[in-house]
Ligand binder design. Structure first.
Ligand code: ADP
Ligand code: ZN
Length: 600
């Protein structure tokens, strides 16, 4: 394969990528890097980060180096680049000796456009030394939040990358991430020696994702109801534990929903097979622990479900962000309950991390709880945590679609707190509710709690409602679980003004599980569905032949655009967004033939 000849970015955008124009801040980033500047790019998933480094890498003379943490990610990126006629390669432990020697030949002959490489491999002294003798166009550091020790994806190899500044003076470096929190931004700048880099921050809003957050009642039933509205679509269901993953996947299969498990304890072979099945066009639902996800760039994931509370707002945002990268409607569901909340807090407080880190983690989890319990727009609440202001409610979350009622819970909250204090803050929710409802259980009698003034004062609410109230008080940080006492509830300082009657409490009324409207299937709605199917089958055939995921050949959006344009000539096909020179050459005739056969 030959190199792409250096050209102006606008030109390559059209001829190589088949795109009409830039999106968001892409153009600014590209010009800045073209001019030799360093950059830190923060863009949500699906925002179009890749183009920000691919274009300057191709337009500037020399080899572009892309540091990437995951082999799977590299493999798909390289496959996609080669489809565009770009001479890209990945150096990692998974390639054959033959591929390796071909890459070396290309490297020595300065024939390579892009080299994807894992950080630990790049930083091998001999290899680095070798690269410093070549002309390097840019260095891109993808998933740059991996330098953050407080994040979920920390990789110590990333810390070595700071040395790149000294090794390649004058070569622009660009760090990219979809992680939105402020802490990561600071760490990326410091730890990658990007002090002088310009920071490009895009809005983190993902308007095509509809957020649903519902208290966990009967999780399997709730999951099935949700999946009914997403039949035949691609999606991920996250569970907290490996057992839950196995059980949920099995249960879905017995309900006739094709589902495969994914977690760290499966053999690498099975994991890879299940991931590949998921990446395929009509793949199964993937039930996974968070071991699955980073580097999955499947664009047409239509839903993401969390069966348990994620560890932080960032984790929630990242994981739900895997839905709808193609910009088409996608939907997420989060089920959460008191148990989750207690478990998560325990995981953090019992962890090995230093106190300072635990405090940050707790605050990130509390941010998520705030989003769960808000009666307002979910999107506004999420973006607010990233320092962004969405002026109007979004109209595309459960709170906006079915506004939650709030009620004045001041008196009930006082009764709940009083029940806790009167019993010495040594009991869990179940027992406290018994006290409030005036249940004469053996435990109540044994502790003499039937003699308390709070005994039986809470008959205005039923058991479920009291449980909800405790959960909501916990989410607001009014009460905490004391893990040294087996989950006993204790009041925090914020409880005092409530108890004294100085502060009102308004809580969200728990809404019943709503029946979701079927999210419009990717693109079929507006266009010619039958033709779209014909093209999909053609794409599946090509993908199978080349042993790559279907979206590497064409995205759904491109197929939909072809189905709409119904081009009758190669020239007309070349005008369709998503069709660059290389894809036109490779598949143009085939696509036209498929269209002709479908009587277009
Ligand atoms: P990220 O890495 O930020 O998650 P990608 O770089 O994978 O996002 O891009 C997401 C999707 O957006 C891809 O399908 C890509 O082809 C598309 N895309 C990127 N830039 C543009 C653009 N300027 N115009 C149209 N589509 C674009
Ligand atoms: Zn909203």
């Amino acid at each position: 394969m030959d190199m792409i000849a250096p050209t102006a970015p606008h030109e390559l955008l059209r001829t190589v990528f088949g795109l009409r124009g830039f999106r968001g801040r892409q153009e600014e980033v590209v010009s800045h890097v073209m001019a030799g500047g360093d950059a830190i790019v923060l863009m949500p998933t699906g925002g179009g980060k890749s183009l920000c480094y691919q274009l300057p890498a191709l337009c500037r003379p020399g080899l572009g180096i892309i540091v990437s943490p995951l082999i799977a990610l590299m493999r798909n990126q390289v496959a996609a680049m080669r489809q565009l006629g770009v001479n890209a390669a990945a150096l990692n432990s998974a390639i054959t000796a033959e591929e390796r020697s071909r890459i070396w030949d290309d490297l020595r002959a300065d024939r390579l456009d892009l080299l994807y490489v894992a950080p630990e491999r790049l930083m091998i002294p001999d290899f680095l030394e070798n690269l410093t003798r070549r002309q390097i166009s840019i260095i891109a550091i993808d998933e740059a939040h991996c330098v953050s020790q407080w994040g979920h994806d920390f990789r110590k190899e990333y810390l070595m990358l700071a040395a790149l500044r000294e090794c390649f003076p004058g070569v622009p470096r660009i760090a990219l991430t979809a992680t939105a929190d402020v802490q990561s931004r600071v760490e990326i700048r410091q730890r990658l020696a990007l002090e002088g880099a310009e920071m490009f921050i895009s809005s983190f809003d993902r308007p095509n994702i509809r957020y649903n957050i519902t208290p966990k009642a009967s999780p399997m039933r709730q999951l099935l109801a949700f999946l009914k509205t997403h039949e035949g679509e691609s999606g991920i269901v996250y569970c907290l534990s490996r057992n839950a993953v196995e059980e949920t996947a099995a249960a879905l299969n017995t309900h006739g929903i094709k589902a495969l498990p994914y977690h760290a304890k499966l053999s690498p072979g099975i994991r890879a097979a299940n991931q590949d099945a998921f990446l395929a066009d009509d793949g199964p639902v993937l039930v996974a622990t968070i071991a699955f996800g980073m580097g999955i760039d499947k664009p047409d994931v239509r839903f993401v479900v969390h069966m348990d509370l994620p560890g932080s707002l960032e984790a929630f945002y990242q994981e739900t962000g895997r839905a709808g990268r193609d910009g088409a409607p996608a939907e997420t569901l989060l089920l959460y309950g008191m148990q989750d909340l207690m478990l998560r807090k325990k995981m953090i407080t019992d962890g090995e991390a230093p106190e300072e880190v635990k405090r940050v983690e707790l605050s990130k989890m509390e941010a998520l709880l705030g989003v769960c319990e808000t009666a307002g727009c979910r999107r506004q609440a999420i973006l607010a945590c990233f320092g962004e202001v969405l002026p109007e409610p979004c109209g595309n979350c459960d709170s906006c679609i079915t506004p939650a009622e709030t009620w004045d819970a001041t008196i009930c909250a006082r009764k709940a707190l009083s029940a806790m204090l009167r019993t010495g803050q040594r009991f869990g929710v179940g027992h406290l509710v018994d006290v409030l409802l005036g249940e004469g259980t053996e435990k109540i009698i044994r502790f003499g709690h039937d003699k308390l003034p709070t005994f039986g004062v809470g008959k205005e609410l039923d058991r479920k409602a009291w449980q909800t109230l405790f959960r909501q008080l916990a989410a607001r940080g009014v009460v905490e679980t004391d893990h040294d006492q087996f989950g006993a509830l204790v009041m925090t300082e914020t409880g005092r003004p409530i108890l004294r009657g100085e502060q009102e409490v308004h809580l969200r009324r728990d809404v019943r599980v709503r029946t979701a409207r079927r999210a419009d299937r990717a693109f079929a709605a507006g266009g010619d569905t039958a033709l779209f199917e014909v093209l999909r089958q053609e794409r599946a055939r090509i993908a199978k032949e080349q042993k790559v995921p279907a979206y590497v050949i064409f995205h759904d959006a491109t197929l939909a655009a072809i189905a709409e344009a119904k081009p009758a000539s190669l020239a007309a096909l070349g005008e369709v967004p998503g069709i660059g020179r290389s894809k036109l050459e490779r598949y143009g005739e085939t696509i036209l033939a498929a269209l002709a056969q479908a009587n277009v």
